[in-house]
Design a protein around this ligand. Sequence first.
Ligand code: SAM
Length: 222
Amino acid sequence: MGIIQDKLRELLVAQLEKEGIGDKRVLEAIGKIRRENFVIDEMKKYAYDNIALPLEGNQTISQPFTVAFMTQLLDVRKDDKVLEVGTGSGYQSAVIKELGADVYTVERIEQLYKKAKQTLTSIGYEIHFRCGDGTLGWKEFAPFDRIIVTAGAPQVPRELLLQLKPGGKLVIPVGSKSAQELFLVERSLQDSPDDEPLYSRAKYFDFKFVPLIGEEGWKEIN
Ligand code: SAM
């Protein structure tokens, strides 16, 4: 079983490389992490398909290409302090942790928060977990070098911009509830002459995420 999954993981990495993921560190991380540990029992046979899979609470573990693309864009350096909004299964947190970062992750659904904490801790990842509304960031540990949001937002939450260090990067899908563009927001090293932070934005092609629900996201939906 283990040998087959190791082979499937190798094939997935080769596919991601073919689809344009060029960051060797990201590919190595994906090549190392057992995605089957992060998916629900009924979906384990699809763990290495390049598709999003259902999680508890009507949520999803993102498609491996999306995880790789976002992580590559985030450009994580060793020892960066990284905030992730939307822990979900914990898979994306593991990828960022493998890059040597100090990871802070927030999930709003208690069942997912508990399960991801249990999964990641049992594999030996030391990560900081919180259950709550990640649209407000995590003030106690701000500012962050990098922030990644793994759910679709109606706009970039102001609190997340405020919790980004000078020179920091934020990756977030923004758009409607049904389709989003991926934004890379970078904060300049220097503020404006009147001490206001300056940000630049780049947009990447279309993605589809579950909604970011919270004070600075979408309102609760059922
Ligand atoms: N990164 C996840 C993974 O690797 O499995 C994928 C997560 S899923 C696409 C998005 C997650 O964001 C869901 O688990 C959802 O409950 C969570 N979420 C939505 N709004 C949130 C908020 N305001 N704060 C924290 N988590 C939120």
